[in-house]
Design a protein around this ligand. Structure first.
Ligand code: AKG
Length: 269
């Protein structure tokens, strides 16, 4: 069942007590390519089952900086609003890596009474809607994605020190990616920049780079390219990290606790 016009669909009939049989796995994989964000109702799914499902889609990673469930469960990251971990700015996961994850599976454990929805945007739908001259302009441009951008923003807003920011820059966790990337499986071109990690467009002066990136963010997050997920506890969302951006709406008060597993991406083009 489709959830949004541009992206999002619900998949039913997954039995978490068993590994997916090859036919069901192919179906889930194809649905992910077709719809970019999948909802699976998984109220009883355990962290072991969460990891097992991730492993059926590929190798699962230990996230670069999120805390995790600890020994034996390092690949299950914990996003707990009470620990200050709420990803409330548009991003594609870990794009500062040479090979960002191909997808992420996020499970809602505890939700606030109201709010805390997650927004998704389809970067392939956004690219398709650009004018031909803009598509030509973007061809061949690359942008640097840098983990230290988070510290820079925190520094600007007063929640990180200059020393923290400098240390993050010195860490050199960055990578340049084409602004338009071809999806390795569907062949669809998509915009591949995001305000959390993308620092600048290579070869452009700062004001041109800022202007271009600001335009691309505004364009990609236009309503027709988005899907808003209103979570229920036990929801599992699987997103294609090669074709989407997402952000949590920080419009909630109570605790919001999510477990997440990311699948390593190795087939970028
Ligand atoms: O908590 C969510 O809904 C999304 C989490 C997120 O942004 C992430 O896992 O990268």
């Amino acid at each position: 069942m489709r959830l949004g016009a541009a992206l999002g669909a619900e998949v039913r009939g997954i039995d978490f007590d068993h590994l997916l049989d090859p036919e069901t796995l192919d179906g889930v994989h194809q649905a992910l390519l077709d719809h970019q964000v999948l909802l699976v109702k998984a109220p009883t799914m355990t962290p072991d089952q969460h990891m097992a499902l991730g492993r059926q889609l590929g190798e699962i990673e230990v996230h670069a900086f999120f805390p995790n469930l600890g020994p034996g469960y390092e690949q299950v990251s914990v996003l707990d609003s009470e620990e200050g971990t709420t990803a409330s700015m548009w991003h594609t996961d870990e794009t500062f890596l040479e090979h960002p994850p191909m997808g992420t599976l996020t499970h809602a454990k505890l939700l606030p009474e109201v709010g805390g929805d997650t927004m998704f945007a389809s970067s392939t739908a956004a690219y398709a809607a650009l004018s031909a001259p803009m598509k030509r302009y973007l061809e061949g441009l690359t942008a640097v994605h840098d983990l230290s951008r988070i510290s820079e923003l925190r520094y600007r807003f007063g929640s990180a020190s200059a020393a923290d920011y400098s240390a993050a820059v010195a860490d050199e966790r960055r990578h340049a990616h084409p602004i338009v990337r071809t999806h390795p499986e569907t062949g669809a071109p998509g915009l591949f920049v995001n305000p959390t990690y993308t620092r600048h467009v290579v070869g452009l002066p700062p004001d041109e780079s800022d202007m271009l990136l600001a335009y691309l963010y505004r364009h990609t997050t236009k309503e027709p390219f988005t899907y808003r997920h209103r979570w229920e506890e036990g929801d599992l969302l699987i997103w294609d990290n090669r074709a989407t951006m997402h952000m949590v709406l920080a419009d909630f008060g109570g605790r919001r606790l999510m477990y997440r597993v990311s699948v390593v991406g190795t087939h970028e083009r």
